[in-house]
Design a protein around this ligand. Sequence first.
Ligand SMILES: Nc1nc2c(c(=O)[nH]1)N[C@H]1C(S)=C(S)[C@@H](COP(=O)(O)OP(=O)(O)OC[C@H]3O[C@@H](n4cnc5c(=O)[nH]c(N)nc54)[C@H](O)[C@@H]3O)O[C@H]1N2
Ligand SMILES: Nc1nc2c(c(=O)[nH]1)N[C@H]1C(S)=C(S)[C@@H](COP(=O)(O)OP(=O)(O)OC[C@H]3O[C@@H](n4cnc5c(=O)[nH]c(N)nc54)[C@H](O)[C@@H]3O)O[C@H]1N2
Ligand code: SF4
Ligand SMILES: [Mo]
Length: 698
Amino acid sequence: MNHKNPNARVFKTHCSRMDHGGCGLLVEVAEGRIKKIKGDPQCPISHGYICPKGLASFDRTIHPDRLTRPLLRQGARGEGRWKPLSWTEALHFIAESLNRIRRDHGPEAVVFAQGAPKGLEHFVLIRLANVFGSPNVCGPQHVCHMPREIAGQITCGFFPVPDYEVPTGLILNWGSNLLKTNEEGIIALRLLESIKKGADLIVVDPRKTHLASIAQSHLQIKPGSDIALALGLIHIIIREGLFNREFVDQWTVGFQELKAKVEAFSPEQVAELTWLTPEEITQTAWTYATSQPALIQWGNAVEHTVNSLQTCRALLCLMAITGNLDVPGGNIMPTMPPVARLADFVKAELLPDKAKRMLSRGFNLIPNFMIVPQPMVVQAILTQKPYPVRAMVAQVTNPLITTSDARRTYEALMRLELLVISECFMTPTAALADILLPAATGFEFDDIGHYGLSQGWISSRPKLVDPPGKSWPDLKILNELGKALGHAEHFWEDYHQALDEVLAPAGMDYEQFKKKGVLKGKEIYQKYEAKGFKTPSRKVELFSKQLQQWGFDPLPAFSELPRVSLEYPLLATSQKNPYYFHSSYRQISALRKKHPEPVMDIHPAAAGIIGLTEGDWALIITPKGRIEQKVHLSESLDPRVVFLDYGWWFPEEKAESLFDWDRSNLNILTAGEPFDPAMGTPNLRAFPCRIEKCPSIK
Ligand SMILES: Nc1nc2c(c(=O)[nH]1)N[C@H]1C(S)=C(S)[C@@H](COP(=O)(O)OP(=O)(O)OC[C@H]3O[C@@H](n4cnc5c(=O)[nH]c(N)nc54)[C@H](O)[C@@H]3O)O[C@H]1N2
Ligand SMILES: Nc1nc2c(c(=O)[nH]1)N[C@H]1C(S)=C(S)[C@@H](COP(=O)(O)OP(=O)(O)OC[C@H]3O[C@@H](n4cnc5c(=O)[nH]c(N)nc54)[C@H](O)[C@@H]3O)O[C@H]1N2
Ligand code: SF4
Ligand SMILES: [Mo]
């Protein structure tokens, strides 16, 4: 730290908005500017860890491209001409328009959208939707966390997270790249510490990640075939009597049905479906079942095919029959600290019939999924079915880049009567707004992290510097909009009161919470022994009657994915980029320098057939469209698989081209259909494609 500046002060806070957040930070501030950031060794979540995004996060606060005042569209949508407005004018305009649409077409014609949840604003947005009367809050949850969470709720009554608080015998790392993604505040350092304490490691990933290279075993699986592997492991564990008989007898229902269901998934059969060997599969089953305890570090990849819910169900069955649910070092249900009940905070009671009125009911998705998948909103805008959508209020999201079938998403956004967007930067999606609101971001306002998530803690993110220009925190934007819409009774005089409302049950206000930093629930294991599991049978439902009643397979079921063909002979998949958050932060030069261009990984043999060498630009083609990415040859990949770079647009390009939003954007290639019948998840991974030499080689 720079001790020369007598005005400099070091504050404790938590990293936010560069991913789900979580790392404790020591931030030096002088003259109203952040000077230095480092990891806080005393943080109980991160133990001093910080990643490149965290280090670069203050570049965001001083970036010259930040939006600084409300803007009203002039001319055609996306033309790039704007007129500045005051906040009073902006809020008045939005409130008038939304109230008119509500009056003429009903509240459900307005959709409230947010991308990956980042802070308290997510829940204030849901509150605003409930107060306004719209059941339609939309987001990426159908491809992020909800398959795992809903499968967890149905199967065992909670979302089981890996327990790194105590030593474990084995980490089965499945479709997770934690060293680069630190998903949902599970900081990778904790996993590495666990390995140091003696945990074995098995990695299930089509790519040789760093973790795969240090693992006892790397199962280089065929993309999208995870469910087959999971059913194969269950088959062996049951056949060989490796399951935890006592737990199965006392605490599960449907074991015999599960046994019958996995009968066909012999190691030989599964080997064909997964490209693994029968020996690898058998060995993994033995190791997982006999390492006590063992945890599954499950990642986002298992949620990215039409089998998403059922893959998660199969992994839950594995955790259950081996007796690894809610035991130390297994997959647990952390106890949340005493904070406001989510349903109370979002005022769910105002919309008791929400589940029936949501537009996703028109697609027969699972009824307890309370967020509408974005592709269904796109469909509703374009077809007016199950009913028309006329307006969208969106914050913290860039769906033109992050939603499947990007061209269709574009068509839909162009059709809206009103698109309100709150953003920190101009993005391809923001460029389509009718009214664009400048948002404050991490370090610039008081916020609470990890409220509403299942990790068992919340963290303080106090304001350290002023936001640029006239930008406002989303919390304030939503609070003021709620009042402008005529709902002052459900909002706060000052948005800080929202923070106090969350903390009230803990007997503290935000000022006191700031001093504490992290509020954790008490670690209690095997809570089911007292009251059973929170399922209809009070047991783990290997066979789910609930799913059966709703018309879905009650047992984890496998369905085939689209196959490769002569026209589309390669399987494409992807992972998150270590230096960016989805489509965010390509304008931050410290990060862009580390990964300046979209890069696809391909095996030299596959590249050779097409005549591609390292550094060439390739065309990647699917029935949905074509994009360009730069070739990187990777010996360790399977020649039948390519890894594409996700989240690309080019902030340095022209606004009129929407910053070349369709040049390298992976979601130009993906389709919204088919989708998981319960969750609406399309195939974001494991889709067939063709690679060609790019004619416009640069
Ligand atoms: N093909 C494919 N598609 C995917 C995925 C994939 O792996 N493959 N992953 C999926 C997943 S898991 C997710 S979660 C989604 C993510 O989808 P999105 O959440 O839409 O992704 P981001 O690109 O992070 O968009 C966030 C936007 O919020 C802005 N922003 C940052 N901080 C703030 C703030 O404080 N306030 C406001 N108002 N704006 C802010 C950023 O500038 C950025 O433009 O994408 C999904 N889409
Ligand atoms: N740096 C960075 N961190 C992030 C994000 C980001 O955009 N950038 N996004 C955040 C969000 S919202 C999320 S949801 C999480 C996601 O974080 P993770 O759960 O780690 O997910 P991914 O990085 O998408 O993919 C994880 C791994 O899946 C592998 N994979 C690809 N296809 C398959 C497959 O078919 N089967 C299997 N078994 N594995 C496959 C990839 O090689 C990769 O190593 O990360 C969060 N953290
Ligand atoms: S891992 Fe996430 S929370 Fe930690 S420093 Fe990096 S971006 Fe921030
Ligand atoms: Mo996500």
